[in-house]
Structure formats: structure tokens, C-alpha cells
Design a protein around this ligand. Structure first.
Ligand code: 13P
Length: 254
């Protein structure tokens, strides 16, 4: 069976009340659907513990949306990988375009985070993807290659074992206009071939998710593509009804 991982990236959304209603709905309606796939919820850092409390006895993991490059010390406002580990976080999203562009994170910073996360035995979810301008000028593959190479060049091999890559074309995020599934398939194949060649991983073990305006009405065509191993979902993951529908459709197809 194909590896498949569904991640809810709540971004800067949520509240204690929303979390309680979200999990009430999931607990009441989900039963078997959550068993078969890996489901991760990434709330804002301040709500990680609240979500963790709500997922006990459910087959759901918590993920963080970011982490600092330092482990401890005078870094006001930051959260370290040790702290995330301390409260039971298993996955950490890094390299999201909103952090690359709004918080000036470059490939070097992201690579530092990647290796710190791996060193502490957590699982990085590395976001890569081109802007609209990159796409227009035919630079998509080059941009993604650079985003991957900043990690590949610093390691000997198998660095992407126990890691997830999320392909998120920047122009598809939050726009309601998802990328064409066949285009996504080509890019996922390109990512897998590049990693296989340089990281010596078995291509079947490489996990590449798609993110960018995923919702329950457009996922069927994505699920038909053999190299899509999951979704990283923003807006549609805030509604428990929509999120569960996505899980159910996925469950029925793969
Ligand atoms: P949307 O699903 O809202 O487009 O967000 C995608 C995303 O950025 C997930 O990380």
C-alpha cells in the first residue's frame, strides 16, 4: 500500500473552543477512518498541548509549525526542538513559504533546522516549491533542486529517511486554485528521482506530499497520481467536517 500522510497546518488559527469542537466531531464520526493513514495536526505552538490532550486514544500525532535553530538560551519568543520533544511533538514543519517570505528564512537556516530535528529523532516536514514568477520563467525544477540540495550537500546518504517533503507551489497556497494534479505528479517524480540519485534512498520509501488549496472536492484527481504520498492542508483542515471528508475519500481510494 502507498505511504500516505495527511497533515493539517492550522497556521495562525484556532482557540481552546475550536479545538474542543474539532475533536468532539472527529471522535463522534471517525472510527475506522483514522486507523489506516498517518494523520498529523499542526496547531499554533501555544495549542500543541491542548491538541495533544484531545488526541489521546486516537491515531493522530501532533506536529509543530516551526522550530528555532537554537536548543536553549537567550532567544526571546522562540521554541526549541527539545521543548517540542518534551511535550510529545513528533513532526515539525519547516521551510514553509510563509516562513521563507514573511520571516526571511533561507535555505541555510532551513537546513540547520532540518538537521536539528533529525538529530533529536523527530520527523521534519520540509516544504519546497516555486513562486508564480519561478514557474513563469521555467525555473520550477531549479528552485526545488536548490531547496533540496541545501540538505543533500551536507549529508552522506539516507538523510531523507524518516523525513517528509511537502511540495507546495507558492502560487497555489490559499488561493483556492490548486495545481493541476498531472503537473504535481511530474514534480513529485522529479523530487523523488533527485533524492534517489543523491541520497541513495529507495524511491518507494520517499514521501512527497502535495499542498496548495487542497479540499474535499479536488482530492480525487490527486489521489490518482502514483507519486503523491499525502496532503499538507491549510484552510480545509480547520473544519472538522471537511477534514474528515478528506480522510474518508483518501481511505476509500488508497
Ligand atoms: P491552503 O490549503 O490553505 O492553500 O494552505 C496550504 C498550505 O500552505 C499548507 O501548509
Amino acid at each position: 500500500m502507498r505511504n500516505f500522510v495527511i497533515v493539517a497546518n492550522w497556521k495562525l488559527n484556532g482557540s481552546i473552543n475550536m479545538i474542543s469542537r474539532f475533536f468532539e466531531y472527529l471522535k463522534f464520526h471517525s472510527s475506522i477512518y483514522l486507523e489506516k493513514k498517518t494523520i498529523i495536526i499542526a496547531p499554533p505552538t501555544i495549542y500543541l498541548k491542548e491538541v495533544n490532550k484531545n488526541i489521546s486514544n486516537m491515531n493522530i500525532f501532533i506536529g509543530a509549525q516551526n522550530v528555532d535553530i537554537n536548543l536553549k538560551g537567550s532567544f526571546t519568543g522562540e521554541t526549541s526542538v527539545l521543548m517540542l520533544q518534551d511535550i510529545g511533538v513528533k513532526y515539525v514543519i519547516i521551510g514553509h513559504s510563509e516562513r521563507r517570505f514573511l520571516h526571511n528564512e533561507n535555505n541555510d537556516t532551513i537546513a540547520k533546522k532540518f538537521f536539528l530535528i533529525k538529530k533529536e529523532n523527530l520527523i521534519p516536514i520540509l516544504c519546497v516549491g516555486e513562486t508564480e514568477k519561478d514557474k513563469k520563467y521555467g525555473c520550477t525544477k531549479q528552485v526545488i533542486q536548490e531547496q533540496l540540495n541545501c540538505i543533500l550537500k551536507k549529508s552522506k546518504k539516507l538523510v531523507f529517511k524518516n523525513a517528509i517533503i511537502a511540495y507546495e507551489p507558492v502560487w497555489a497556497i490559499g488561493t483556492g486554485l490548486s495545481a493541476d494534479p498531472e503537473y504535481v505528479q511530474l514534480i513529485h517524480k522529479f523530487i523523488k528521482n533527485h533524492i534517489e540519485k543523491h541520497d541513495f534512498m529507495n524511491i518507494n520509501d520517499i514521501i512527497v506530499q502535495y499542498g496548495g488549496s487542497v479540499n474535499c472536492s479536488n482530492i480525487k484527481k490527486f489521489l490518482e497520481q502514483p507519486d503523491i504520498n499525502g496532503f499538507l492542508i491549510g484552510n480545509a483542515s480547520l473544519s472538522p467536517q471537511e477534514f474528515l471528508k478528506i480522510i474518508k475519500i483518501t481511505h476509500d481510494i488508497i
